[in-house]
Design a binder for this molecule. Structure first.
Ligand code: ZN
Length: 437
């Protein structure tokens, strides 16, 4: 049993002073207010609940800073991503994911939703263990100390009514039943939750959606939704409805479902996502980087959708920055400030994301919750002088000092227990691209 003490901690009612949090068996067993006692482990700055990174493709980290020559659209970027996906092996995938997850932990992330579709060998033939790539993710998350929700992704077509081609063949199972059969062999454990994903209405035929949804019953189900206008145009041309309406009619929306991006929505789409209490994960740095557009976060929030954030392709691994970007995008779009109060940004960064990942108890500093604590310094050049209650609007991953996940200290003094994460990332990214040449 360990008791942590913080001068400031973010409790469900907001910021509190002189907070003692006792941890046993990986969970918070008591939260009290009072001065530190001699044996308490004192944490610096403000202690926040662990952050959820609700949407990740770990291997995309190798694309950071390598796609800015030549311009183009999302679809041109996707060709670069496919070139990388074509050559990764279980070993290079593991090294890349371990380093990527360690970087997340440095940024205060305590649970990740991995939208996993790189399943099979280079020509689409399954490996001897058809889940060897999922097992690499399990190992990577365990090594980094991170809780993972494996959102194993059905990716069955190369586009609406189009076959898988090139690197896409690595993503595909023969059909929804084959996908379900493979995923059923992945065992959950203490730190891995098995969820499911529909890649998008582009990559899953209409008649397969209910099969996947049925298989995911009671577990998190995620889906890319309307990131690009072209997806909407193709859906309207083929099915006569928007992707949101299509998913709703197929029975795929609801509180256990999270739509990723949700950028190009009609007012009816917003109403559907809100009334079904579907989660919506915004990925602002990706949406900026790929020129996707600005999601209607304020409207979705007002309609009743449960918001969260993800670093997606990891052009930036800074979940505090992702959270505040939700408000900053609203400011750019509306020319007003304050669609989201700091407490609402904290909610989408923490409890909103953990709920989307299948843990309704996560992301809160309360008795019974996982002992996930993130201490953010308030004396750095970025944070000094700021009101601690507004930290989410100013702090970044470089200000994270200590990260405790499930009662285990993984980061202390801004260093991950695995060592030099920059060196790990450098060698993992170089190895991934060497294979690509
Ligand atoms: Zn994605």
């Amino acid at each position: 049993m360990t008791t942590y003490w913080a001068a400031h901690a973010w409790l469900p009612d907001g910021l509190a002073e002189n907070v003692r949090m006792t941890v046993s068996d990986g969970r918070i067993s008591a939260v009290t207010v009072g001065p530190p006692e001699p044996d308490d482990h004192r944490l610096p700055g403000v202690v926040l609940p662990g952050f959820a990174n609700t949407h990740s493709h770990a291997f995309h980290r190798a694309l950071r800073g390598r796609t800015h020559d030549g311009g183009g659209t999302f679809w041109a970027w996707r060709e670069r991503m496919y070139a990388l996906a074509a050559t990764l092996t279980p070993d290079t995938y593991l090294d890349l994911a371990r380093a990527t997850y360690a970087e997340m932990v440095l940024a205060g992330v305590t649970a990740v939703g991995e939208f996993h579709y790189l399943h099979h060998g280079p020509d689409g033939t399954p490996y001897d263990d058809p889940n060897v790539m999922a097992e690499a993710l399990r190992t990577a998350a365990r090594d980094a100390g991170l809780r993972i929700t494996l959102l194993d992704t059905a990716y069955l077509t190369g586009g609406i009514d189009a076959p898988l081609e090139g690197a896409q063949r690595r993503f595909g199972d023969h059909d929804a039943d084959a996908w379900a059969h493979r995923v059923a062999a992945i065992r959950p454990d203490d730190t891995l939750t098995v969820g499911a994903a529909i890649h998008s209405v582009r990559a899953v035929p209409l008649d397969a959606i209910p099969v996947i949804t049925a298989h995911a019953t009671g577990r998190p189900l995620h889906v890319h939704l309307s990131e690009q206008r072209l997806e909407n145009e193709q859906s309207l041309a083929t099915f006569g409805v928007t992707p949101t309406r299509l998913l709703e009619d197929a029975g795929a929306l609801g509180p256990d479902t999270t739509a990723i991006h949700a950028v190009h929505l009609t007012p009816e789409d917003v109403a559907i996502l809100g009334s079904t209490r579907t989660g919506v994960c915004l990925c602002p740095s990706t949406e900026q980087d790929l020129g996707d557009g600005i999601a209607p976060g304020g409207l979705l929030h007002a309609a009743g959708a449960r918001l969260s954030v993800g670093s997606d392709q990891h052009v930036r691994t800074d979940l505090l920055a992702e959270a505040r970007s939700v408000e900053l995008h609203e400011r750019l779009a509306s020319e007003e400030r304050g669609s989201f109060a700091p407490a609402e940004l904290m909610e989408l960064l923490t409890s909103g994301g953990h709920a989307s990942l299948g843990d309704p108890t996560g992301g809160r500093l309360v008795e019974g919750a996982p002992a996930d604590l993130v201490a953010v310094r308030t004396d750095t050049p970025r944070t000094a002088g700021a009101d601690p209650a507004q930290l989410v609007l100013v702090a970044g991953s470089a200000d994270v000092d200590t990260v405790v996940i499930g009662g285990v200290v993984r980061v202390e003094g801004g260093r991950h227990v695995l060592g030099d994460v920059g060196a790990m990332l450098g060698s993992a990214v170089r190895a991934a691209w060497e294979e690509a040449r």
